[in-house]
Design a protein. Structure first.
Length: 323
């Protein structure tokens, strides 16, 4: 009975894998809550201080061969100090770069049954101060991915299946994105477009995919009850050929150092996540995701553990302000 159940689960997962392959290809676009520059490069460096984030996410726990993702991201703002020439004199140059350049990078590995996706992302942003309260940034990013299909773990009915056992079992693709971001100490809003160049989605699939578009906005209410900050936000996402969906977030900070958030996506998924400062700039986080679909009857939800370095947590006042 256990063997039969595992076999059924494996077959269901295998079908879902190929039907929803493109949604798995864009897993990084659904992991942007802690690293928004993944979907909008203009967010790179907007927090002013360096941030690094390492996470491991396991979807549909208990499902044989369910997707697993490792993601490492980091971004910071450069040009805070003037540069020096070889003689040791300050070289300001014709452009004022102080606190204007943001750089970010991400490395990821996604395993989904016989399918794997490894790659990276580089992002750049230029921040312009509009007044004492707000800034505007423009950004661009380069995305690189290598898809591969491990046919050795497949057991097809036809041993000489030309589709599964083709010579081309891996493919490399690159693309780029752009974005604009308007933000202040309390509010933010931005729009972006990714994968602007058309391309195929996976091996042995010539289907052309459309670009992806994103919009986000939010506001932080400070010092509620003396110790809490409350930040509601939302995101609108149109990933390639998929339908538009919405992400709604409700985030509560405690003394600016720790937080808990509840999120709901119109793709019928809810997430509960939190992050706790453990020592100085280091924090640990956890994210539990539950999907409101029939597949929920066969697994224990999605789980994500994250470790991070947030230099904004250093100091008696908690997060440093960039304004």
């Amino acid at each position: 009975m256990i063997y039969l159940k595992n076999t059924i689960c494996t077959l269901i997962l295998f079908i879902i894998t190929f039907v929803n392959l493109y949604s798995q290809e864009n897993f990084i676009y659904k992991n942007d809550y802690l690293s928004p520059f993944l979907t909008n490069p203009a967010c790179t460096g907007a927090e002013f201080y360096p941030i690094m984030h390492l996470s491991y996410k396991k979807q549909w726990l208990g499902f044989p061969g369910s997707p697993g993702t490792i993601l490492l991201t980091g971004n910071t703002k450069l040009g805070r100090y003037n540069f020096y020439n070889p003689k040791g004199f300050i070289n300001k140059g014709p452009l004022e770069l102080k606190e204007r350049i943001g750089l970010g990078a991400a490395i990821f590995y996604d395993q989904n049954g016989p399918l794997s996706n490894v790659g990276g992302l580089l992002s750049y942003a230029y921040h312009i101060r509009l007044n004492n309260d707000s800034k505007l940034s423009l950004g661009m990013s380069l995305l690189m991915m290598n898809y591969s299909l491990n046919t050795s773990i497949l057991k097809p009915d036809q041993i000489n299946d030309d589709f599964l056992l083709a010579d081309e079992n891996s493919i490399f693709k690159s693309n780029f994105g752009v974005g604009i971001y308007y933000y202040s100490k309390n509010y933010f809003a931005g729009i972006s477009a990714n994968k602007l160049l058309p391309g195929i989605s996976n091996i042995n699939d010539p289907t052309k995919r459309n670009s992806s578009f994103f919009a986000l906005a939010g506001y932080k209410f400070e010092k509620i009850g003396g110790s809490f900050d409350f930040e509601p936000s939302f995101a609108v996402k149109k990933i390639a050929n998929q339908n538009i969906f919405f992400d709604l977030h409700s985030k509560l900070y405690f003394q600016k150092l720790n937080w808990v958030a509840i999120s709901y996506s119109t793709v019928r998924q809810m997430n509960i996540q939190f992050a706790l400062r453990v020592i100085k700039a280091f924090y640990i986080g956890y994210n539990y995701g539950y999907t409101f679909s029939k597949i929920a009857n066969y697994n224990y939800g999605s789980h994500e553990i994250s470790l991070g370095i947030n230099m904004g947590l250093v100091g008696m006042e908690g997060i440093r302000e960039s304004f």
